[in-house]
Design a protein around this ligand. Structure first.
Ligand SMILES: Nc1nc2c(ncn2[C@@H]2O[C@H](COP(=O)(O)OP(=O)(O)OP(=O)(O)O)[C@@H](O)[C@H]2O)c(=O)[nH]1
Ligand SMILES: [Mg+2]
Length: 344
């Protein structure tokens, strides 16, 4: 069973109340603690949700001023650990439009962001009454940070490729929507231990950009990848026995259309096209659609297509299952990622 992967979470963050001051001695209370989020490599939104089942995160109040301790102690901050790549939005329920205000992102370990400020301490200007802290409704949204994103229709072999290239052990099966949640694997180059992260996403289908299937909610995870790997089953695709068969070229067109509808800018990203399952002998193993797709199974037909709406940096033929063509693919992934002209 794959655990449900949480990629967004709403929380209520309460800054601590400021401590009261004392008029008689002009004593100042302690400031209320802040609620902060800090990026950490070993956590997840699932863990955060488990640690705070009621989604309320509070910081300590400041101590009041006392006769023998005129300056009250500040309240302790509460720091929650969030995964790298988390974005934060302040939710304003009173607004119809622009309900979400982007507060910032955390992309480096230990990078922090303030979610709710603690209240001011009680002193002269507020008649020695400690002020309440902020109470903010916050949306935390996680976009995976991976170097390479695998996109393709269901069954194209994305998880098989992830397994063959990296240390990940994704579920692989001969039916659509095997992968239900994004997974990241690390591809390590033995010569110098260079590591490249690859994200395997659930398969996209027609209407994915309109929320059909699982695809849409996961498309955001490819926004931050540096390289997109479009994986296509060279023998085409059919969702089930009742659905229309699509040739490999048609599946690629569909894939590009869905990505374009979601966010056109993604087509500008460095992209490679990988044609999978070349080990299957078309003449003997595949019946029926073979005549339709035969004319598309040579690379040059894809090459022309590539000039059209998207520029594929390179086109490869592989067998993810039998590990054919993977050495070359690995080398090229690295070269493309290291090519400074693609770095932003
Ligand atoms: N013959 C052959 N079969 C392959 C190859 N790659 C994947 N398959 C098979 O294709 C089927 C689907 O593979 P998956 O890796 O689960 O495909 P996926 O793209 O991750 O599918 P979803 O998670 O459903 O989107 C499995 O039965 C794999 O064994 C290949 O190179 N050759
Ligand atoms: Mg899969």
């Amino acid at each position: 069973m794959q655990k449900k992967f949480i990629d967004n979470l709403k929380i209520l963050a309460f800054g601590g109340t400021g401590g009261n001051g004392i008029l008689k001695y002009n004593g100042k209370g302690g400031k209320g603690g802040d609620v902060l989020a800090s990026a950490c490599s070993k956590t997840s939104l699932n863990l955060l949700a488990n640690n705070y089942p009621n989604k309320k995160i509070k910081a300590e109040p400041g101590d009041p001023s006392r006769m023998f301790e005129l300056q009250g102690k500040p309240g302790r901050n509460t720091i929650i650990h969030v995964p790298l790549g988390s974005s934060f939005y302040y939710i304003n329920d009173n607004k119809q439009t622009n309900k979400f205000k982007h507060l910032g992102d955390v992309n480096k370990i230990n990078e922090q962001i303030l979610l709710a400020k603690g209240g001011e301490p009680g002193f002269e200007h507020n008649l020695y009454n400690g002020q309440p802290g902020e109470c903010n409704k916050i949306l935390i949204e996680l976009k995976l940070l991976a170097d390479v994103g695998l996109v393709g229709l269901p069954n194209a072999g994305k998880s098989t490729l992830l397994k063959s290239l990296t240390n990940a052990h994704p579920k692989i099966a001969n039916y659509p929507f095997t992968t239900l949640t994004p997974q990241i694997g690390i591809l390590e180059y033995k010569s110098d231990f260079r590591k490249i992260s690859i994200a395997d996403l659930p398969g996209l289908i027609e209407g994915a950009s309109l929320n059909n299937g699982l695809g849409h909610s996961f498309l955001k995870h490819i926004e931050r990848t540096k390289l997109l790997l479009y994986l296509v089953d060279i023998h085409g695709f059919s969702l089930d026995i009742y659905s229309k068969y699509m040739t490999a070229i048609e599946t690629l067109q569909l894939l590009i259309k869905e990505i374009e509808l979601y966010n056109k800018a993604l087509l500008e990203k460095p992209s490679i096209l990988v044609l999978n399952k070349i080990d299957i002998n078309k003449d003997t193993d595949i019946k029926g659609p073979i005549n339709i797709n035969q004319k598309f199974t040579n690379i040059s037909s894809f090459d022309q297509f590539s000039n059209d709406r998207i520029k594929f940096h390179e086109i490869f033929e592989i067998s993810a299952k039998n590990k054919v063509g993977l050495q070359y693919l690995k080398q090229r992934i690295r070269v493309i990622l290291d090519d400074t002209s693609f770095q932003n």
